[in-house]
Design a protein around this ligand. Structure first.
Ligand SMILES: Cc1cc2nc3c(=O)[nH]c(=O)nc-3n(C[C@H](O)[C@H](O)[C@H](O)COP(=O)(O)OP(=O)(O)OC[C@H]3O[C@@H](n4cnc5c(N)ncnc54)[C@H](O)[C@@H]3O)c2cc1C
Length: 404
């Protein structure tokens, strides 16, 4: 039997290694870039957050309501033992995020590369698949390196998020060519834009905050975690998680509470106390020791107060305004930083058109899909790679079950 896997990203490599373990199966892995796992090397800020100990089927979103059975068939424990067998030593952090002990994403790529070689997978680099057709016996592929045929085809081309790392929407195109439906593609886990002029002064600051996302005054989501202020917007893991809900709701409002450990009244009395005990300090020092200095100054400015006035001269109404800024700092969100900056693609090939227990197409026998090309996405923290590993291993098992 001849199997072709298109795409040597996370899911494609997991699929190819798994498929090669089937006796009598010859596996070819076609990759358009000149190396395998290019996006994988950039994950987790170069550290590769390869999974999360709390990932479950229910951790994932799918607009078509797909059943993420792959996470049951190949749960986090299977991923970790898969990598242990390949020689990778991993560590977990408090929030369940797992990383290679080396702290280098390239180590994850390396062990996969070694395993591909050891298992006899023929990896063809610089090979861009241009079209996929159903042939008389299996599938026929036209590529930049010539034509190929196979009995089983696994599409693992990912999605268009982060084009600079070689991402394409070819997988969705191939699956459409083969009769599958594709839901609209949009950027996920992405920075959000805000026109707030004061953001310039906050650039580079990281702050822990509780947050509320609102649309026309209606609460869409509450969340908490780290916010990073960047040029023209906000970033950071907590913002990435909001981006899925904010998508298609713009403009919306983000309210940040930088001091969730204080009630409004407790904060107000702490400020009054500071004014009484240190009246000679200036307004720009109102939050010193509680909040990042630069952020504290911006809160005071946003409350309409001159930085240079003395604390002792602040009126109760002005203190009230500062307190409101610290507990409900409002930013208008007008959009995202787009697909080119996104970590993942939301949407993709309708995963409910694939058998949940095999990931074989319900429309085209012998066709499988895995990873981000499918309409499945997870939150920030190792969940998306876990989906890539689980779905890759399931598709690579090349099982055939007839009824959905
Ligand atoms: C900067 C960044 C950081 C991230 N960090 C994390 C993290 O720490 N943890 C986490 O869980 N997730 C993270 N993600 C998300 C994660 O990388 C993806 O969810 C995952 O890589 C998807 O795997 P995949 O195999 O489906 O697709 P990909 O890894 O994108 O692989 C698809 C492959 O297909 C190839 N290809 C595309 N079209 C063709 C074609 N026509 N012919 C041949 N080959 C083709 C591509 O070149 C690519 O190599 C991050 C993403 C980015 C962009």
């Amino acid at each position: 039997m001849q199997t072709i896997v298109i795409g040597a990203g996370a899911s494609g490599m997991a699929a190819a290694i798994t498929a090669s373990r089937r006796p009598g199966n010859r596996v070819r892995l076609l990759e358009r870039q000149n190396r395998v796992g290019r996006k994988l090397s950039a994950t987790g800020n170069g550290r590769c957050n390869l999974t999360n100990l709390s990932a479950l089927p229910s951790s994932y979103h799918s607009d078509t309501g797909a059943d993420c059975f792959a996470l049951e068939a190949f749960p986090v424990s299977s991923t970790l033992s898969f990598f242990e067998k390949l020689g990778l030593v991993w560590v977990s952090e408090e929030d369940g995020r797992c990383y290679p002990l080396s702290d280098q994403a390239n180590s994850v790529v390396d062990v996969l590369r070694f395993a591909l070689d050891a298992s006899g997978v023929q990896t063809v680099l610089g090979c861009e698949v241009q079209s996929v057709q159903i042939g008389k016996h299996g599938f026929h592929l036209e590529t930049s390196s010539g034509d190929f045929s196979c009995d089983k085809l696994i599409i693992a081309c990912g999605g268009p998020a982060s084009e600079k790392l070689g991402a394409t929407s070819d997988g969705a195109r191939f699956l459409r060519m083969l009769g599958h439906s594709v839901t609209p593609l949009s950027p996920g886990l992405v920075q959000l834009r805000s026109p707030e002029p004061l953001l310039k002064s906050l650039k580079g600051i990281r702050a822990q905050a509780s947050m509320q996302l609102l649309h026309h005054g209606d609460l869409l989501l509450t969340h908490s975690g780290e916010v990073q202020f960047v040029d023209g917007g906000v970033s950071g893991p907590a913002i990435f998680d909001l981006s899925r809900v904010a998508d298609k709701q713009y403009p919306c409002q983000l309210l940040l509470d930088f001091l969730p450990q204080f009630s409004h009244n407790a904060l107000l009395s702490a400020m009054k106390n500071r004014v009484q005990t240190l009246p000679e300090l200036t307004a720009e020092d109102l939050f010193t020791g509680m909040i990042h200095n630069r952020l504290g100054r911006v809160l005071v400015r946003k409350a309409g107060i001159e930085a240079s006035v003395s604390l002792g001269s602040l009126l109760p109404a002005q203190l009230e305004k500062c307190c409101t800024q610290a507990k409900a700092f409002s930013l208008e969100l007008t959009g995202s930083f787009g697909m080119e900056n996104a970590q993942i693609t939301i949407g993709g090939a309708d995963a409910s058109q694939f058998h949940p227990k095999t990931l074989e197409s319900l429309l085209v026998p012998g066709l499988y899909a895995c990873g981000e090309v499918l309409d499945v996405d997870g939150p920030c923290g190792g969940f998306n790679l876990q989906w890539a590993w689980s779905s890759g291993m399931l598709a690579g098992s090349l099982c055939h079950e007839v009824t959905p």
